[in-house]
Design a protein around this ligand. Structure first.
Ligand code: 5RP
Length: 251
C-alpha cells in the first residue's frame, strides 16, 4: 500500500557534513523517542540498531525509562543489550511486542525492505512480524526505488544440507532477473553461519523483481529455504536521516 502520510521534522542543527555513522545515530535516537516505560521492545541488529540499543540502555540508567523488556534479534544484540543493562526475554514469553526498532539495507517508497546483510534476517522477521509497531532506522543511502534490483543482494537463509542444490534452485528461479546466487562466506573463507546454524545465499539481481509478493512466495516454496530478506508490508514507520535533516515516513 502507498505511504499515507509523511512528516518532515527538521533536525536542529541540520546534520550537514555528518558521517554516515552520525546519521545512523540520529535516526536511532529519533526512534527511541517512541519508546515508553513498560514496553516490550524488539531490539534490531546492525550498526544503526546498535545506536538505539545504546540509547535505551542510557535512558534506563538515567531512570528516564523503566520496566523495559528487550527481545534481541541476534546473539550479538543480546550481548550488547546485556552489556548496557537492558533486561531480556524472548518471543516464547512475549509473543506480542509493543515496538521493534531495526535498520535495513534497502527501503522502497512503499516501505518494503531488504534486510539481512548482517545475517540476522530470520530472527528479525519473527520478532518484527510479532510487533505492533516496527520502526525502521536508516541513513539516506538506504532509500531505493526498487528493492533487490538495485545495488545490494537479496539474502536468503538456507539449511546447510546440500546447500548447492538449494542455491541452484534459487538461481534457476531468479534466472529471469539476471541472478547470480553466491554462498556468503565468513572467516577464513568458510561459509558464514547464522545464529540458527544455517547458511546464507546472496542473490545479486540485475533487474528489479516486479511483483515482490509473488517472488517472495516462490522463494519460500523451495525446500531448503528457511527465510528471505524481503520484509514486505511490515514496517510501520521509517526514519531517514540525511543532509536534509530527519524524515519520518509513516505507512
Ligand atoms: C541485519 C540487518 C541490518 O539491519 C541491516 O543489514 C542494516 O545494517 P546497518 O545498520 O549496519 O547498515 O538486517 O541482519
Amino acid at each position: 500500500s502507498e505511504i499515507s502520510a509523511m512528516d518532515v521534522a527538521a533536525a536542529s542543527p541540520p546534520p550537514m557534513m555528518l558521517t554516515q555513522d552520525e546519521l545512523k545515530r540520529i535516526a536511532a535516537y529519533k526512534a527511541v523517542e517512541f519508546v515508553e516505560s513498560g514496553m516490550v521492545l524488539g531490539l534490531g541488529t546492525g550498526s544503526t540498531a546498535k545506536h538505539a540499543v545504546d540509547r535505551i540502555g542510557e535512558l534506563l540508567r538515567q531512570g528516564k525509562l523503566e520496566n523495559i523488556v528487550g527481545i534481541p534479534t541476534s546473539k550479538k544484540t543480546q550481548e550488547q543489550a546485556l552489556s548496557v543493562g537492558i533486561p531480556l526475554s524472548d518471543l516464547d514469553a512475549h509473543p506480542v511486542i509493543d515496538l521493534s526498532i531495526d535498520g535495513a539495507d534497502e527501503v522502497d517508497p512503499y516501505l518494503n525492505l531488504v534486510k539481512g546483510r548482517g545475517g540476522s534476517l530470520l530472527r528479525e522477521k519473527m520478532i518484527e512480524g510479532a510487533s505492533k509497531k516496527f520502526v525502521v532506522i536508516v541513513d539516506e543511502s538506504k532509500m531505493v526505488k526498487h528493492i533487490g534490483g538495485s545495488k545490494l543482494a537479496l539474502p536468503v537463509e538456507i539449511v546447510p544440507f546440500c546447500w548447492r542444490f538449494t542455491a541452484e534452485k534459487l538461481r534457476e528461479l531468479m534466472e529471469g532477473y539476471g541472478c547470480e546466487a553466491n554462498l556468503r562466506l565468513g572467516e577464513r573463507g568458510k561459509p558464514f553461519v547464522t545464529d540458527n546454524g544455517n547458511y546464507i545465499v546472496d542473490m545479486h539481481l540485475e533487474k528489479d523483481m516486479g511483483d515482490l509478493r509473488a517472488v517472495s512466495d516462490a522463494i519460500l516454496r523451495i525446500a531448503g529455504v528457511v527465510e528471505h530478506g524481503m520484509f514486505l508490508d511490515m514496517a510501520s514507520t521509517v526514519i531517514v536521516a540525511g543532509e536534509f535533516g530527519v524524515k519520518i515516513k509513516n505507512k
